[in-house]
Design a protein around this ligand. Structure first.
Ligand code: SF4
Length: 686
C-alpha cells in the first residue's frame, strides 16, 4: 500500500529476525505498517536491510493471530475460548496446585528471543521467586548455548568480544560454520566490504560451498563434525612454525604447555585424514591468520550444533589467544547469534544457573542480593534443569508443568517425535504465543500475546548492543504483552508484580546487575549502549578483554577431537546437515505469514550432490523420501554441488516438512544443544 511521506508516522525500532539486530524505521498510517526502511546513520546496519527486515513485517496482521485465551482440561479435547480473567485464574490455580503437590522443581519455564529483555527478566524472576525453582531455560539451548559455555570457560564472558563494525577493518577474517549470506545477511555485507573494498583476506571454514566461498582466499571444506580436529591442526602449524604471540601468551593466558602437548598430535597429515581438508590449505590458513594482528573470528551454528559444540567454541578461542588476536579493534571471537534477542535472553538470566549478566544462583552473595530485592526469604540455590533435561524429567515423572513463552520446541528441538511425546505427558502446559504453533497445539492454556511492533522494551543484538523497541501500533484487541501476562499470573499467585511501563523493569535490571548499572531508557535512545555499562556516565564497552579477561587469564583448553554421535553407515549412508535459508526464519510462524516473501519461497527442498543423486536416479525437483532412525519425511530435491559428496542439506523453517523428525540423537557434551549438523539418513526415490 502506498502513502505520501507526510501522511505516515515514522517509528524507530529493531528487527526481530536475526541477531544482527538491524535498526528499522516503520512507516505507519492509520495504525497500519505500510513500509519498513532503515536509517543510514544508525548502527549496526547503517541503512542496509535484508529481505526479511524490509518485507517480513506483514505477519502482524495475519488472520491467524490468536486473539483470545484458549483453555481445555486435557489435550485430547478441543480448546474453548476463555476470558483473560478465567485463563489467568486457571493458570494461577494449576501452577499453585502442582507446586504444592509435587514441589517447586516439578515446574519448568522456557522463554525465548521473541520476548524483550524485560520479558525474559520477568520470566526468570517469576520462575525463581513465585515457583521457587531454577528450572529456567531459553531457546539459546537449541543454538548458541555452547557459545555461552565455551566462551565463559576460555575468556570468562559468554558473549562476542567485538562489534560488528570491526569486521570492515579486519585484515584476516575467519568465518567458521556460518552461512552468513543467508543467516545474517547484513553482517555478510560487512564481510564482503572488508574483502572487496578493504583488501581483507577471508578464510571460510564450512562443509558446504556457501556463497561467501566466492569471496574467500581459502575454503577449508571440512567433513561436518571435525571442527576441533581442524582447529587443532591450525594450532599445530602455528606452534611448529613459531608463529604464536609469545608475549601475549606469557602475560595474559594459562595452560599453554598442555595445549602444546595435545595439538602436537594434529600434524597436517593427521588433520587431513580426519577432516578431509588438504594439508597445504591447513598450513596456508594457519600462516595467514597468525600473520596479522587484525585477525577476527566470526562463527555460527556450524560450530555450536555438534556433540563437541562447546569444545569447538573453546578451540576457536585457543586460536585467538595463541595469536593475541583479542582485546583490540578488528580482532576477537564473535558468535553471530541466530535469533534477534537470544543474547538478551541469556543476559537476562533466563538460564538454569545464573541471574542477569551471569551472576551465579549458587553464589551466596548474588543469591542474597536478589532475594532481598525481590522481598522473599530465600531463593533456590541449586542450578536448575536445562531444556533437554526437562523432557527427561517429564519422562521420569519429576516435571509436571511447563510455561513456554514464544518458543516452539515441538518443531525446533531435535527428534521432535520424542519431544512431542514428552510434552504431551505434562499435567499442565501453558504456551504464550502469536499463532497456534505445534507446541501450542499441545497446551492446556494458550495465551495470545504481542509482537515486537506492539510493545516497548529492549533487544540485545549479537554485539551486546542493547536497543530500544518503540511501540508503533496498538495491541490487537484480546491480546496482552508478555510482561503484562507474567505479572498477572504472579499477582494471581499471591506475589504482586506490577510495573507501569517496561522502563521500570529495566531500572530494576540495572539496580541488580553491575554490567548494566548504567542503562536506562533515556540513555538507550539513538544507537543504544553496548554492555558492560558500569554507571550512568559510562559509555559502554564495544571491545571486551582489553587489559584483562573477565576470568583473569585467558584459558587454553586442551581438547581432543570427538567424533559425532551418529555417522553414516550401510543402512543410513548419507550425512544430513541442517541450517537456515535467506527467505525464512526459524519455525516459520512469522516469516511464512508474509505474502511478499512467500511468493519467492514457501517450500522446503533438499540439497543433494549430483553424483549422489545420480546413484539414486533422482532428478532435480523430484520428490524423495528421507528417513533417519527417528522418522521420515517427503521433500523435493535440488541437485547442487554446494553440499559435499555424501551429504544432504535441509533447513528447519517449514512445519509441513518438519526436518527435526530426522535429527538427533547427539547433543553437545556440555551445553546439551542438539547435534543438528550431523546425523545419518537414507534417501529413497518415490
Ligand atoms: Fe533483520 Fe537480520 Fe535481516 Fe538485519 S540482517 S534486517 S536483523 S534479518
Amino acid at each position: 500500500k502506498k502513502a505520501r511521506s507526510w501522511e505516515t508516522r515514522k517509528v524507530r525500532t529493531v528487527c526481530s529476525y536475526c541477531g544482527v539486530g538491524c535498526s528499522l524505521v516503520l512507516h505507519i498510517k492509520n495504525n497500519e505498517i505500510l513500509q519498513v526502511t532503515a536509517d543510514i546513520n544508525s548502527a549496526p546496519n547503517y541503512g542496509s536491510l535484508c529481505v526479511k527486515g524490509r518485507y517480513g513485517f506483514e505477519f502482524y496482521s495475519s488472520k491467524d493471530r490468536l486473539k483470545t485465551p484458549l483453555v481445555r482440561d486435557n489435550i485430547n479435547e478441543p480448546f474453548r475460548e476463555a476470558s483473560w480473567e478465567e485463563a489467568i485464574g486457571l493458570v494461577a490455580k494449576r501452577f499453585s496446585e502442582i507446586k504444592k503437590k509435587y514441589g517447586p522443581d516439578s515446574f519448568g519455564c522456557l522463554s525465548s528471543s521473541r520476548g524483550t529483555n524485560e520479558e525474559n527478566f520477568l520470566a526468570q524472576k517469576f520462575t525463581r521467586v513465585v515457583m521457587g525453582t531454577n528450572n529456567m531455560d531459553n531457546c539459546a539451548r537449541v543454538c548458541h548455548a555452547p557459545s555461552v559455555t565455551g566462551l565463559r570457560a576460555a575468556l570468562g564472558s559468554g558473549a562476542a568480544t567485538n562489534s560488528l563494525a570491526d569486521i570492515e577493518g579486519a585484515e584476516v577474517l575467519i568465518v567458521s560454520g556460518s552461512n552468513t549470506t543467508e543467516a545474517h545477511p547484513v553482517a555478510a555485507l560487512k564481510i564482503k566490504k572488508a574483502v572487496r573494498q578493504n583488501g581483507a583476506k577471508l578464510i571460510v571454514i564450512d562443509p558446504r560451498k556457501i556463497e561467501l566461498v566466492k569471496y574467500a582466499d581459502i575454503h577449508l571444506q571440512l567433513r561436518a563434525g571435525t571442527n576441533v580436529a581442524l582447529i587443532n591442526g591450525l594450532l599445530h602449524v602455528i606452534i611448529k612454525e613459531g608463529l604464536q604471540n609469545d608475549d601475549f601468551i606469557e602475560r595474559r593466558t594459562e595452560n599453554f604447555e598442555m595445549l602444546k602437548q595435545v595439538v602436537s598430535k594434529y600434524t597436517p597429515e593427521e588433520t587431513e585424514a580426519i577432516t578431509g581438508v588438504p594439508k597445504e590449505d591447513i598450513i596456508k590458513a594457519a600462516r595467514m591468520y597468525a600473520g596479522t594482528n587484525k585477525g577476527m573470528i566470526i562463527y555460527g551454528l556450524g560450530m555450536t550444533e555438534h556433540k563437541a559444540g562447546s569444545h569447538g567454541v573453546m578451540s576457536l578461542a585457543n586460536l585467538a589467544l595463541i595469536t593475541g588476536n583479542v582485546g583490540r579493534p578488528n580482532t576477537g571471537i564473535n558468535p553471530l547469534r541466530g535469533q534477534n534477542n537470544v543474547q538478551g535472553s541469556c543476559d537476562m538470566g533466563a538460564l538454569p544457573d545464573v541471574y542477569a549478566c551471569y551472576q551465579r544462583v549458587d553464589d551466596p552473595e548474588a543469591n542474597r542480593k536478589h532475594a532481598e530485592a525481590w522481598k522473599v526469604k530465600k531463593l533456590p540455590e541449586k542450578p536448575g534443569l536445562k531444556e533437554p533435561q526437562m523432557y527427561r524429567a517429564i519422562e521420569s515423572g519429576d516435571l509436571k508443568a511447563m510455561y513456554i513463552i514464544g518458543y516452539d520446541p515441538a518443531i525446533s528441538q531435535a527428534d521432535i517425535n520424542k519431544v512431542r511425546a514428552s510434552i504431551s505427558k505434562l499435567e499442565f502446559l501453558v504456551v504464550q504465543e502469536l499463532f497456534m504453533t505445534e507446541t501450542a497445539k499441545l497446551a492446556h492454556v494458550v495465551l495470545p500475546t504481542s509482537c515486537y511492533f506492539e510493545k516497548d522494551g529492549t533487544f540485545t543484538n549479537a554485539e551486546r548492543r542493547v536497543r530500544r523497541l518503540h511501540k508503533a501500533i496498538p495491541l490487537p484487541e484480546g491480546t496482552k504483552s508478555d510482561w503484562d501476562i507474567i505479572c498477572s499470573i504472579a499477582t494471581a499467585m499471591g506475589y504482586p508484580m506490577s510495573y507501569n511501563h517496561p522502563s521500570e523493569i529495566m531500572d530494576e535490571i540495572a539496580k541488580l546487575t553491575p554490567d548494566m548499572a548504567g542503562i536506562n531508557y533515556k540513555r538507550l535512545e539513538g544507537d543504544g549502549l553496548v554492555w558492560p555499562v558500569w554507571d550512568m556516565n559510562h559509555p559502554g564497552t564495544p571491545i571486551l578483554h582489553k587489559d584483562t579477561f573477565k576470568r583473569g587469564r585467558g584459558m587454553f583448553n586442551d581438547l581432543m577431537y570427538t567424533p559425532s554421535e551418529e555417522l553414516p553407515d550401510e543402512e543410513y549412508p548419507l550425512l544430513l546437515t541442517t541450517g537456515r535459508r535467506l527467505y525464512q526464519y526459524n519455525n516459520g510462524s512469522m516469516s511464512l505469514r508474509n505474502p511478499e516473501i512467500c511468493a519467492i519461497n514457501s517450500e522446503e527442498f533438499m540439497e543433494i550432490h549430483p553424483a549422489d543423486a545420480a546413484k539414486l536416479d533422482i532428478k532435480s525437483g523430484e520428490k524423495v523420501k528421507v528417513s533417519s532412525r527417528r522418522g521420515s519425511l517427503e521433500v523435493k530435491t535440488e541437485l547442487t554441488e554446494k553440499s559435499r559428496l555424501g551429504s544432504v542439506f535441509l533447513s528447519f523453517h517449514y512445519p509441513e516438512t518438519p526436518t527435526n523428525v530426522l535429527t538427533g540423537p547427539g547433543e553437545d557434551m556440555l551445553a546439551l544443544t542438539p547435534e543438528y549438523k550431523v546425523c545419518a539418513v537414507k534417501v529413497e526415490k518415490m
